[in-house]
Design a protein around this ligand. Structure first.
Ligand code: CP3
Length: 354
């Protein structure tokens, strides 16, 4: 493994490992993105996947929010769609529409089109981006790697893009349950290798995004979502025992108790969940991350500060990583992101002194 500059601010990693710190660490999902004019400038010159696939550009964009805001972590600029691409599916980023698959998986026969990638070959550009970014961070904050979760990736691969109900993907669970499990198993293998490769390349914490976990009911969650999430954590944890793992299973309220029994160290909550109730369910089995409604960033600064204060009070001073309940939105004001981050720091320090 390459050698990297020593870490100066390790609050994020310490809290993720269950330690206490002098203040609550904070970062934002999608903190590198369209709300930043400096990101828009890069995108004016380069296609989305060109940025993802060019390590120097990906590193530049990853550092933009870290240069601008006092966040406690950097998340590598990439996309969850890198895994379906590595498995042989074409994905384009269509403006206003998001990721689009010209040839999605329509029937189980289409699984034959998938390849079993060597992640070093297929996703080496992401590993290189992590290594370059870790060098350029100069130890300011830890670098977070990520992957989509098997179910969320399946949802996109079958649906062919974003959708309101994901009915094609959900129909597969009932029409073709064995083929669905085959696809989920194959995706799990790639996700595991991909996450372990990210650690070898320089990632210091990993987040698994199951953004569409909330499409399930408890039964299909147990059969098609949870086992694969669980397996990703146990296999990655046994290969990289010191690297904190975070899971974000958006809208899967019924899953909280079960997720606390996995090898994920941190459970990221969306904004619909009550911090105190989540803490009661999870107890000391996991650290919690989240969960300010991204739309609270549209509030005037004073109202925003009150929302942040309320959120921090709900989680309490320890075993909490502050974040949004989902990603930054394109028309957010970067100065409101600053209010969010600075308020977390100020208020969480104060909470420890009273
Ligand atoms: O700053 C960071 O958080 C790192 C970068 C990051 C991106 N995508 C960049 C991006 C991360 C962690 C992701 C993960 C991702 N991508 C998820 C999981 C998180 C979530 O939001 O639930 C999902 C579901 C995707 C798939 C995806 N990629 C969608 C649905 C879209 C369209 C979003 C939209 O609002 O149009 C993307 C595109 C994308 N990924 C953008 C960025 C900055 C915007 C594309 C652009 O610049 O034109």
């Amino acid at each position: 493994m390459a050698s990297f500059p020593p870490l100066q601010n390790d609050r994020l990693l310490r809290v993720a490992r269950g330690e206490t710190t002098d203040r609550t660490p904070v970062w934002m999902m999608r903190q590198a993105g369209r709300y930043l004019p400096e990101y828009q400038e890069v995108r004016a010159e380069h296609d989305f996947f060109e940025v993802v696939e060019t390590p120097e550009l990906a590193a530049e964009v990853t550092l933009q929010p870290v240069d601008r805001l006092p966040v406690d972590g950097a998340i590598i600029f990439s996309d969850i769609m890198t895994v379906p691409q590595a498995m042989g599916l074409e994905v384009t980023m269509v403006s206003g529409q998001g990721p689009t698959f010209p040839h999605p998986l329509e029937t189980p026969d289409d699984l034959e089109r998938l390849v079993e990638p060597d992640v070093g070959d297929a996703l080496g550009h992401v590993f290189e981006a992590l290594t370059v970014t870790r060098q350029k961070l100069e130890g300011r904050v830890p670098l977070i790697g990520f992957s989509g979760a098997p179910w969320t990736l399946m949802a996109y691969m079958v649906e062919g893009g974003g959708s309101k109900s994901y009915r094609h993907a959900r129909a597969w669970l009932h029409r073709h349950p064995e083929a669905a499990k085959d696809l989920l198993r194959r995706t799990t293998d790639v996700v595991v290798d991909y996450l372990i490769g990210q650690v070898e390349a320089g990632a210091q914490m990993l987040q698994v995004f199951d953004s569409w976990a909330g499409l399930h009911g408890p039964d299909t969650f147990r059969a098609f979502c949870y086992p694969f999430l669980d397996e990703v954590a146990s296999r990655v944890k046994s290969a990289c025992p010191d690297v904190p793992l975070v899971v974000f299973a958006k809208n899967a309220h019924y899953a909280l108790d079960a997720l606390a029994d996995t090898d994920y160290d941190v459970i990221s909550l969306d904004w619909s969940m009550d911090p105190g109730a989540a803490r009661d369910t999870v107890g000391d089995r996991a650290v919690l991350q989240g969960n300010l409604d991204p739309c609270a960033l549209y509030a005037p600064p004073d109202a925003l500060r009150r929302r942040v204060q309320h959120m921090l009070a709900g989680f309490g001073p320890h075993h909490h990583i502050a974040n949004l309940g989902h990603g930054m939105l394109p028309d957010h004001d970067p100065e409101h992101a600053r209010v969010f981050v600075e308020t977390v720091h100020e208020q969480s320090e104060q909470m420890r002194t009273v």
